[in-house]
Design a protein around this ligand. Structure first.
Ligand SMILES: [Zn+2]
Length: 427
């Protein structure tokens, strides 16, 4: 069997495994239908015209900039990868140091990354201005620049290391590198997912254990009742950056923790914080992070096989002006392939994510048996975070990681009707 046909077989096998894991772990029906059919999704039932108008204005203002950022980013990636431009830039930046392949890999990767970042910078700054105008961002420009610099530094170090190892493997095993890199990429996804909460999150936020309080005891007791081992609940100092309300669970095993934004603790009553944490416990209980990481690892391995097949395709290499995959001047082409694959994967990722989020919502309803507070907290979060209440279908399919607030509220009303709870009308 040649290396190419082996890679094609591996791609097929990994793709099938990926589909199987997705099919079996995604809750396609996160909540049972109540007698009499599902509650219709309504924006106006729970949100004032004023709240709708404000959210609409905010998105109208922000969207051109975020779409320009996305579109321009993709355009630059394609221009650098599908023309000899990227290869020339890489050659140029490594020439003063002798043009060794390792310098090309490191400096070339950094140069291409920097070009994208510098062009995206004014658009990101414009978005930040809009976030401040609507009171969502509490950052000063000084702290914004520190954040941006930290994010650049983290991705530069990871990219330089990754590219160096990648090209060393490709050059050592020109025909079978895909097998090594695919295995390495899958392991790396697990390692990064494990390290992310303990190594990377503290670079951007400070986490402190939630101080002893009736709320903390209630949260720990609720977790115990739920059968989810939670050693600690942490508070993130999100308020130094945003007014948005949130909580999340990250990592798994020993690194799993529930994190509550300090903004949520300050603004929402204890019953609402409990509901948000109950949702997060749903993620922990169903091992959503672990399955998500497994899907990511399979996807990464499959992506490497696809990359190998594409990098062996002469017309594509000619287009990028490079001889073979072992030539670090192919970084632009690699980034272009990854960019397109990533974009194509987005609707699938968001679809899976929305189903998983709906299951966590259902879990929070079952755990708290309090759909009324659920509806309150959904309204508070959506109004405060200026969530898109009625997104355009294309935006929903491409970018919505969660069901909309009106969809989540309708699910809570389904639960209330199914469970026969009395849900007092709030308006
Ligand atoms: Zn969630």
């Amino acid at each position: 069997m040649t290396s190419r046909s082996a890679a094609a077989v591996a791609l097929l096998a990994l793709g099938t495994a990926l589909l199987a894991v997705v099919a079996f772990t995604t809750p396609w029906q996160p909540s049972p239908e109540p007698p009499g059919g599902r509650t219709p999704v309504s924006v106006s039932r729970d949100f004032t015209a004023q709240a709708q108008a404000r959210e609409d204005r905010f998105h109208r203002e922000l969207r051109p900039w975020s779409f320009a950022n996305l579109g321009l980013g993709l355009l630059i990636t394609l221009a650098l990868g599908l023309t000899p431009l990227g290869a020339r830039i890489i050659e140029l930046v490594a020439r003063p140091l002798g043009g060794h392949w390792a310098w090309q890999a490191v400096l070339g990767g950094l140069a291409l990354g920097l070009i994208g970042q510098v062009i995206a910078l004014p658009l990101a700054m414009r978005a930040e201005v809009i976030l401040r105008k609507y009171g969502l961002s509490t950052q000063t420009w000084a702290s914004w620049w520190v954040d941006t610099a930290k994010a650049w530094a983290v991705s530069a170090v990871l990219a330089a290391l990754g590219l160096l190892i990648f090209f060393a493997v490709v050059r050592a095993a020109p025909r079978w590198w895909w097998a090594w890199v695919a295995g390495g990429a899958a392991v790396l996804v697990f390692v990064l997912s494990f390290l992310y909460p303990v190594v990377f999150e503290p670079i951007f936020n400070k986490f402190t254990p939630m101080p002893d309080s009736p709320l903390r005891s209630d949260l720990v007791a609720m977790a115990a009742r739920d059968g989810v081992p939670v050693k600690d609940v942490l508070v993130a100092d999100a308020s130094r950056r945003t007014t948005a309300l949130n909580a999340y669970v990250s990592g798994y095993g020993a690194s799993r923790r529930i994190v509550v934004y300090d903004t949520l603790l300050r603004q929402a009553p204890a019953s609402e914080v409990e509901l948000v944490v109950a949702h997060e416990l749903g993620h922990a209980k169903r091992k959503d992070v672990l399955y998500g990481t497994a899907i990511g690892a399979l996807g990464a391995a499959a992506g490497v096989c696809l990359l190998f097949l594409l990098l062996g395709w002469a017309p594509l290499l000619r287009r990028a002006g490079v001889a073979d995959a072992g030539d670090p001047r192919s970084i632009g082409l690699i980034l272009a392939v990854l960019g397109v694959v990533g974009l194509l994967a987005m609707p699938v990722q968001t679809l899976i994510s929305r189903r998983i989020e709906a299951r966590a919502d259902e879990h929070s309803l079952e755990l708290t048996r309090d759909p009324e507070t659920f509806i309150q907290v959904e309204r508070r979060l959506a109004v405060k975070n200026l969530s898109d209440l009625d997104p355009h279908p294309i935006i929903y399919v491409m970018f919505a990681s969660h069901p909309t607030a009106p969809q989540r509220i309708a699910q809570a009303r389904d639960f209330a009707r199914r469970e026969g709870d009395v849900l007092r009308s709030r308006r």
